[in-house]
Ligand binder design. Structure first.
Ligand code: MG
Length: 223
C-alpha cells in the first residue's frame, strides 16, 4: 500500500492565526467602525462554528462586512508567510519529499492560501479551499457552489478526491470541521493540532494530540 495521504487544515494549524481575522485587521486598519465590525465578524465566526447558522451564511455575511481589494490580499499573503506554525518554514525538505501525499483542505480562501504555501513545497493542485469572486481588483463574494462553502464539506471533498476511506488517510487540524473527517470514517486517524488553538471536543475525540510541528512530524513519521 502506498504511504497514507495526509490532509492538513490551514487556519490555526499550518498557520498560527485565523487568516480572515488577519484580513479584517488589515482592511479595517483605518475604519472608524473597526471595533464594531470586528465584533460582528467574530460573532458570525462563532455562530458558524457552533452550527447556529450554515457555514455558507457565516462566510458570506463575514465577507459582506469586509470589502477588500487585491492590494490588501497581497499584504495578507506577506503577513501569513511570517505567521506559519513555528518549525514549518525550516522543514521544507520534508515537505518536498512527502509532497505527493500532502493535501491542504481549508474552509478559508485559495486566493491567499495557495500563494502562502506553494513556496514551502506544497503542490498547487493539492491545496483545496474556497474561491473568492472578483470584479476587477475588488472582492465581490465567493463561489457558494464549492463543497467547502458548506457544512460537512471537508469529508465530501476528500471522498471526491479519492483520499479516503480505505487509504489510511490521516487528518490534522484544530477544528470540528477537521474532526468530521474522522467522524465520517473518511480519515482513519485524526491528529488534533493544538499549537495555536485547543478545543476540548476536538482533543477528546482525536487519536493523538500534537502540540508543535516537531511533535506532529514525529507522529507522522511513525505512522
Ligand atoms: Mg483551523
Amino acid at each position: 500500500m502506498p504511504p497514507a495521504p495526509i490532509i492538513f487544515d490551514f487556519d490555526s494549524t499550518l498557520c498560527a492565526v485565523e487568516s480572515l481575522d488577519r484580513l479584517a485587521e488589515i482592511v479595517l486598519a483605518d475604519d472608524p467602525e473597526a471595533e464594531a465590525k470586528v465584533t460582528e465578524i467574530e460573532r458570525l465566526t462563532n455562530l458558524g462554528m457552533e452550527g447556529a447558522i450554515p457555514l455558507s451564511e457565516s462566510l458570506s455575511r463575514r465577507l459582506a462586512t469586509l470589502r477588500f481589494d487585491r492590494t490588501q490580499v497581497d499584504a495578507l499573503i506577506k503577513d501569513l508567510q511570517e505567521q506559519l506554525t513555528p518549525g514549518l518554514p525550516e522543514d521544507t525538505a520534508w515537505i518536498q519529499t512527502h509532497a505527493e501525499r500532502l493535501h491542504v483542505v481549508s474552509g478559508g480562501f485559495i486566493d491567499w492560501i495557495a500563494p502562502v504555501l506553494i513556496p514551502f513545497g506544497f503542490r498547487a493542485d493539492q491545496i483545496h479551499a474556497n474561491v473568492l469572486q472578483w470584479k476587477k481588483d475588488q472582492s465581490v463574494g465567493f463561489n457558494q457552489d464549492h463543497p467547502l462553502a458548506h457544512n460537512g464539506g471537508k469529508p465530501e471533498l476528500a471522498r471526491d478526491l479519492g483520499l479516503g476511506p480505505n487509504t489510511g488517510l490521516i487528518a490534522v487540524g484544530d477544528g470540528i470541521s477537521d474532526l468530521e473527517l474522522k467522524r465520517t470514517g473518511v480519515a482513519e486517524r485524526f491528529v488534533a493540532y493544538t499549537a495555536h488553538a485547543q478545543r476540548h471536543v476536538v482533543v477528546r475525540e482525536a487519536d493523538a494530540e500534537a502540540t508543535s510541528w516537531a511533535d506532529l512530524r514525529e507522529l507522522l513519521d511513525q505512522a
